[in-house]
Design a protein around this ligand. Structure first.
Ligand SMILES: N[C@H](CCC[C@H](N)C(=O)O)C(=O)O
Length: 276
């Protein structure tokens, strides 16, 4: 069977996007892992499936698979590419697209300048909503990881995020602490690990060790989670520039039960066909 796909990226966080509205594609975990391989396959951080809506008041359903083959709840950079893909492929002519995901419904707005704004929903901090093992909700938690004592914030953007504040993003020990914390026993579904350097109240630098994908050049839900944690801790303003290794996102959150909004680019690289 041949499957048509588009290769896309959001700030270097790269995706294979498959139209599963006009195609009928089923991929096993092993097939996804093989396609994700950057030498033996196509190569991507995540694979995105565009599917028909599950209810009449939505435009599409959106499934997300990490390069390790696990299906996950949310992908912020992928959502921006999703918005561009469905218009590029003529699946819709709407500028505002409502999409259901495993982690909740999101709304995608394609701006006139080609940037995409995503309403990522309301951040969740209750331990049981992350999920995260804790007696009660705290602004900062203390975790033992190997010989390290880690102070972190924890939040769900539909998917779980652990956010550490670091003094210098370049020297942060992402390769050691990332996998240790991703697989920490207090995260029953593992977690994405954000390393945040606060430049000022309107500007942070961020690196993310992603659950199921290792460090990526950018993580949209991770940028949203880091800003939400920083605002809740009283360290950030309600609109923040987030500089990631792959580029810059603008994140806005007015607190409490308001949604987090993310604005950034979505790029199409090439179309292809792959035998599965
Ligand atoms: N690794 C994430 C999924 C992709 C998130 C990231 N690529 C984004 O832009 O939000 C997880 O397992 O929850």
């Amino acid at each position: 069977m041949f499957v048509n796909f588009s290769k896309m990226h959001g700030l270097g966080n790269d995706f294979v996007v498959i139209d599963n509205v006009t195609q009928n594609v089923f991929l096993s975990r092993d097939q996804i892992r093989k396609l994700a391989d950057r030498h033996f396959g196509i190569g991507f951080d995540q694979l995105l499936l565009v599917e028909p809506p599950y209810s009449p008041d939505l435009d599409f359903h959106y499934r997300i698979f990490n390069s390790d083959g696990t299906e996950v709840e949310q992908c912020g950079n992928g959502a921006r590419c999703f918005a561009r893909f469905v218009r590029m492929k003529g699946l819709t002519n709407k500028h505002k697209v409502s999409v259901s995901t495993k982690g909740g419904d999101i709304t995608l707005y394609t701006e006139k300048d080609g940037q995409v704004t995503v309403n990522m929903g309301t951040p969740q901090f209750a331990p049981q909503d992350i999920p995260f093992k804790a007696q009660q909700s705290e602004l900062t938690y203390i975790l033992r990881a190997g010989e390290h004592t880690i102070f972190c914030g924890v939040v769900s953007m539909g998917n779980p995020h652990c956010v550490l504040e670091v003094d210098d993003i370049e020297s942060a020990d992402v390769d050691t602490l990332g996998p240790l914390l991703e697989n920490h026993e207090r995260f029953p579904k593992r977690a994405n690990i954000g390393f945040m350097q606060i430049i000022n109240r309107e500007h942070i630098k961020l690196r993310v060790w992603e659950r199921g994908a290792n460090e990526t050049l950018a993580c949209g839900s991770g940028a949203c989670g880091a800003v939400a944690v920083g605002i809740k801790q009283g360290k950030l303003a309600d609109t923040v520039r987030v500089d990631l290794p792959g580029g810059t996102l603008q994140i806005r959150w007015n607190g409490a039960n308001k949604p987090v909004k993310m604005t950034g680019p979505a790029e199409h690289v090439f179309d292809g066909q792959v035998a599965i």
